[in-house]
Design a protein. Sequence first.
Length: 231
Amino acid sequence: MQRTVGTVQGTVYLAEEPRGNTTCMMPTAKILLLLSVVLVTLSGCEQKMTAHSFGPEYSNLAELKLPEHYREWVYLTSGFDMSYSTSGGMADHHMFDNVFVNSEAYKAFLATGTWPDKTELVLEVREAQGKGSINQAGHFQTGVMGVEVHVKDEARFPGKWAFFGFDDGGKTSKMIPTTADCYSCHAAHAAVDTTFAQFYPTLLPIARHKGTLSAVYLKETETPVHEEPRR
């Protein structure tokens, strides 16, 4: 310990500094052990959070849980009054649809041009309104009319993909039967892995560059060759 010099009325005293509280001191080995335990615990929590955030979740009744924070995912595109029916859309009202995908699947698509297992695509349908505030032309989005989720879960679904509808505002949904038109329509017209990537303007060029566009889509979009009339 260092010793200090002090004077009182000319008398010189040598005073020791007060000793530290050694009972609060901890051997280095114990400190390192505690730090390692904390790091392992934090690592485990982080892994659980990652696993929890990526991929679909199901209820005890095997129903899909609505991914309630899907609007924090990657936004892909919006459509206005789109209809795949030749008879046209709804004449009495207008609609917007917005598409979101979980960020892990989006990153995988950027790298590979296709969707990984556990992909979730959310189609959010909103009502379109023309009159409101200062708007004088066109339409803007208002309330949610329905939500549809397209899930890729290879271990759960025989066809790898399945559709779920949340039109009633519920938090869980049973799988839409594979006899529904949406399955055959996607199989017959989808650009990438039974998904309508042809309507995702930032992803379609990536799929084309990676060579992952489906044969049915390429056939639909190929330019017809007109033969010269025979003379």
